[in-house]
Design a protein around this ligand. Sequence first.
Ligand code: ADP
Length: 303
Amino acid sequence: KVVVLGSLNMDSILRIPRLPLGGETMEMTDKSSAPGGKGANQAVAAARAGAQTSFIGKVGADDAAEVLRDALKSDNISVEHVTTDEQRGSGQAFILLQESGQNSILVYAGSNQSLSKADVDAAKDVIKDADFLISQFETPIETTTYAFEYAQSVGVTTILNPAPAIPTIPADLLKVTDLIAPNETESATITGIEVTDAASMLLNAAKFAQMGCKELIITVGARGAFYANQNGSGFVDAFKVKAVDTTAAGDTFLGALSSQLKPDFSNMREAITFANHASSITVQRLGAQPSIPTLDEIKAEYK
Ligand code: ADP
């Protein structure tokens, strides 16, 4: 059982020739929208990979709210603890996809920023019942810290995806984090050490260990994922595929990982291999949530 505490965003995917200059009006090539947000994407990935999944989050008082809720429900995710902020709009992301392949993203946090300790209090029964509680940084850090403190006190394993990256993670949050899982740029932002070769990954791991992190996974895109804990470290290669859109690769990785991982981390390599499988399918498809595979799809592709 997995509980995700985090963001829901309505994504607008705007295809444009290039970024407009100041004062310029430009025609878009294409425009579409789909539910996203790191939290919601991770929940969808966990649920599709077979985990019984619940979501704790906040939508706004607008039309997007129902679409965001329905998207989770259609993947059998419990939305009992998705509440409404009457004062703000739902979270939104504008993804500017340039012809060159470069992405620029604008995020409006909206109702995500009002996810509060009271919302965690209301969801304690669900958290208590879970194997894992996963969170990110698109909702308030104080709320995540409060939820992790409670989760650990009742024996639930906590997973932090420190994204979007911030240079300094509060010590009180690290103290209640069992597994921290950044990508390579997030890792470098936190440790101040670039992630390049194997030696640099070990240096990153040493820095995280110094900060008191017991379990670490750094995802390194097309290369795969590196993990480290008190007993040592290892690397699991990614699968060689032709990537067309890597949006939600990291979110798929984490969600899929949580569906397989044992809460004592005793099957780390196997769980990472499964997560690499799942996210290698995501990168071959366009979009965020539509591209996340089901357990049947993962099994069909990798027998
Ligand atoms: P994020 O989306 O957070 O930046 P990464 O880019 O590190 O995360 O990707 C997460 C995981 O997705 C990787 O560990 C890997 O398993 C998979 N992945 C990402 N890009 C590719 C790729 N080009 N080919 C195969 N797998 C990929």
